[in-house]
Design a protein around this ligand. Structure first.
Ligand code: 6PG
Length: 276
């Protein structure tokens, strides 16, 4: 593949605020600008990882928000700017359904991005949601050990980027408030039961654990919509009653990088102008 095109003239946003746990929050003026800023950041992270280590290990988020980012990366404006042959795709969580099920996070990524950019099939490290759940979690743990050449007893693998969303209850990946998976300190992938879902949505999930999330070189949250504004303000400030929300517990060394639109960021203290 020809080397990716040079980055377009894009003024990277400046943080609107920092979080008490060393993270940064970028409030973009609208959803479209949010997706552009996120796409530009993925382009930059991929270029750095490939230059330094020959590959970009990227764990995708599920749900509805990231689909717009994936679709943007699949457009002619962005597709040429990443060397997709050197990208390894993973999933931070998956519903325990078949890969062709409408609820599958893998299926969503395939349709919005992967079928267009066509990375090598061997670079698609899918969570096998169709397996008996604990077998699926064990299988993914072994896949991570293989791909990162790490042993279970080692420090968790360091992903170049883990993309995460946040639910209105403060969950992220499939780490839901008050669930057992939040206490996991050794395993990298476990089975968990989602909560508060609409009828008919599969509750049993496979999910990265906090030790794996917090080992990442980079963790990027993508949050949009007014329905997230109250919880986002609580999570990034840490100011709320009760225990920390799962999204609040994602504290990589480099600090979580929150990319949010104006609606989700509406209640954040002192959102400075993002583009000076
Ligand atoms: C999933 C996601 C989940 C998602 C949040 C936000 O499998 O659903 O991993 O953690 O990121 O629920 O979802 P939305 O982007 O649809 O609001």
């Amino acid at each position: 593949m020809q080397s990716p095109l040079p980055p377009a003239a894009f003024a990277a946003p400046k943080p609107s605020l920092t979080t008490p746990t060393g993270g940064s929050v970028f409030v973009l003026p609208d959803r479209a600008a949010l997706m552009v800023a996120a796409a530009e950041r993925i382009v930059g992270l991929a270029a750095s990882a490939i230059a330094e280590r020959g590959r970009f290990t990227w764990a995708l988020a599920g749900g509805s928000t990231p689909e717009q980012l994936y679709a943007l990366l699949a457009t002619s404006a962005y597709r040429p700017r990443i060397d997709w042959q050197r990208v390894h795709f993973f999933w931070g969580d998956e519903r325990c359904v078949a890969p062709d099920d409408p609820q599958s996070n893998y299926r969503m990524a395939r349709q919005s991005l992967l079928d267009v950019v066509q990375p090598p099939e061997l670079n698609l490290h899918r969570m096998h949601g169709e397996l008996e759940p604990s077998a699926g979690a064990d299988s993914y743990q072994r896949e991570l050990e293989r791909v990162f050449q790490a042993a279970k007893s080692d420090h968790p693998p360091r992903f170049d980027c883990i993309l995460l969303g946040m639910g209105g209850d403060g969950h992220t990946a499939s780490l839901f408030p008050g669930t057992r998976a939040l206490q996991e300190s050794q395993r990298w992938v476990v089975v968990n039961e989602a909560q508060g879902l609409a009828p008919g949505v599969t509750a049993t999930r496979l999910t990265f654990t906090l030790p794996l999330l917090n080992a990442a070189r980079d963790v990027m949250f993508l949050v949009a919509g007014a329905d997230k504004s109250q919880r986002l303000a609580e999570v990034v400030s840490g100011k709320h009653s009760g225990p920390a929300f799962p999204a609040e517990l994602v504290r990589p060394e480099t600090g979580a990088q929150w990319f949010v639109d104006d609606l989700a960021g509406a209640l954040l203290a002192t959102p400075a102008a993002v583009h000076e």
